[in-house]
Design a protein around this ligand. Structure first.
Ligand SMILES: [Zn+2]
Length: 459
């Protein structure tokens, strides 16, 4: 413990400082002031400026580690001044770990720290708590990594509610039977006119977007109202809430949980954590870990193939995103179709769906556990614990059972019922001897009884 405390207390003094991988510098500065950083505890640092003769307002540039064992939970981080008040911090829309913190004239101390998740946030359980092996019957059960026996998940994201999403992306996705996630800027026409990306033309095509929403085969995500960033808390709140309201109106009976991407090239100045906005508006951060599919990056189709194949091996969520589809636009139709052909080739192993479907499944599963309640020779009772809010998290989980060998003779099989004795699934002896029984369940606390049954032979 003492060694740890000494390690945490290491202080570096120079123009830049790096305790635990956090890099702190004075932005665009060549004056006499020097900055020092002290690590107070995990994810909490104190930055002090020895101003010497400098009395001006300064800006601290703080880069939080994004990878490795020191990775900070950037979405939970705020900066406070010496009076304990949260200060306005500037960040890039898709680079939340880089912070620019203004320090007013005369002030010299800032604490940067990560806030704990709010009370009642479901905690993730270790993988082994989702697997059961019953020693009496030999039955084993687990919450499947992905639904329907899929090995990995794939989401295809489309940013900026561009008209080619309506004319190209959606009709082509429908040809393939895929669901895309469309990041919309519902008030985009009010954006700065010089940058075409900020002018999403959503309102001009509202009827067409309404028709897409009505068919329910595509998903919409929050790309903020105007794709223009924000200069203060109120502006940021409006940018996020206006886009949420627009989407919730288009999908009245659907869970309010949506993907959020604040947008590349935007800057956001707020005193609050990103988590504050995510929690308040039922959003999840969908800005990172995605492969950009714009042709300008080069060799996209082959890179996409490797991206998908790598995720099929690791079992993880594979993400890719597009801007405008069509010739001489971000992604040519030829390359778009080639990427979809790759996804189609793997569709037996890939769960290709909307980002919120995948996020929900992953979050429900990580918070869930499976336990053995009762075991008898011919029946096993299992309990699913799933604490996520079912109004938001409504994606069915998949349970996989390997039935005991002794239950699967030519004259016997197995069935699954819920606590009210409703039949959920039936397993019959298969020709190839497979004893796998797979069925979907609601993501709520519940019990299942898996029982052997003897088939009635009719004469
Ligand atoms: Zn964008």
């Amino acid at each position: 413990m003492a060694t740890l405390l000494i390690l945490f207390a290491i202080t570096l003094i120079c123009h830049s400082a790096e305790p635990d991988g956090v890099i702190v510098t004075l932005e665009k500065y060549d004056g006499p002031a020097v900055v020092s950083v002290k690590s107070l505890e995990r994810f909490k640092i104190k930055i002090s400026i020895d101003r010497k003769t400098d009395r001006k307002a300064l800006t601290l540039a703080v880069q939080l580690p994004k990878t490795g064992k020191n990775t900070w939970p950037a979405n939970d981080v705020e900066a406070i001044d010496s009076s304990g008040k949260a200060v306005i911090v500037k960040r890039g829309g898709i680079a939340w770990s880089m912070m620019w913190i203004p320090v007013p004239a005369g002030q010299s101390e800032i604490v940067v720290h990560a806030l704990d998740p709010p009370e009642g946030t479901p905690k993730n359980h270790p993988e082994k708590e989702r697997h059961i092996k019953d020693p009496l019957t030999g039955l084993s059960a687990k919450i499947a990594l992905w639904p329907k026996g899929k090995k990995a998940a794939l989401s295809l994201r489309f940013d900026d509610s561009h008209p080619t999403h309506l004319s190209k992306a959606i009709p082509i996705l429908r040809e393939y039977g895929f669901k895309g996630t469309f990041m919309i800027n519902p008030d985009g026409k009010n954006g700065p006119p010089k940058n075409s990306r900020w002018r999403s033309a959503f309102k001009e095509h509202l009827t067409e977007w309404q028709a897409v929403a009505k068919r329910r085969d595509q998903e919409f995500g929050n790309h903020t109202a105007r794709h223009s960033g924000a200069k203060n808390d109120a502006e940021m709140e409006n940018e996020i809430s206006d886009a949420c309201e627009a989407i919730w109106q288009l999908f009245p009976a659907k869970s309010k949980l949506l993907a959020l991407n604040l947008g590349g090239g935007t800057y956001w100045e707020t005193s609050k954590t990103l988590r504050h906005y995510l929690d308040k508006y039922h959003l999840f951060d969908a800005s990172s870990g995605s492969m950009g599919m714009d042709d300008v990056y080069g060799n996209r189709v082959e890179s996409f193939r490797k991206h998908v194949e790598g995720h099929l091996k690791s079992g993880a969520w594979c993400r890719a995103h597009f801007h405008y589809i069509g010739d001489n636009l971000s992604t040519s139709e030829e390359h778009f179709r080639a990427a979809l052909d790759i996804a189609k080739k793997h569709q037996d192993d890939l769960w290709i769906t909307g980002m919120s479907d995948i996020y929900k499944y992953q979050a429900e599963r990580r918070a869930a556990t499976l336990t053995l309640v009762k075991s008898q020779k011919d029946s096993v009772t299992l309990k699913l614990y799933c604490p996520t809010n079912p109004e938001l998290f409504d994606q069915l989980l998949t349970i996989e059972i390997i039935l005991p060998e002794a239950w699967m003779t030519s004259s016997s099989g197995a069935h699954v019922t819920d606590a009210d004795e409703n039949l959920i699934a039936t397993g019959l002896p298969s020709k190839d001897g497979s004893r796998l029984l797979r069925f979907p369940v609601l993501p709520v606390n519940s019990q299942f009884i898996i029982s052997k049954f003897v088939m009635k032979v009719a004469f």
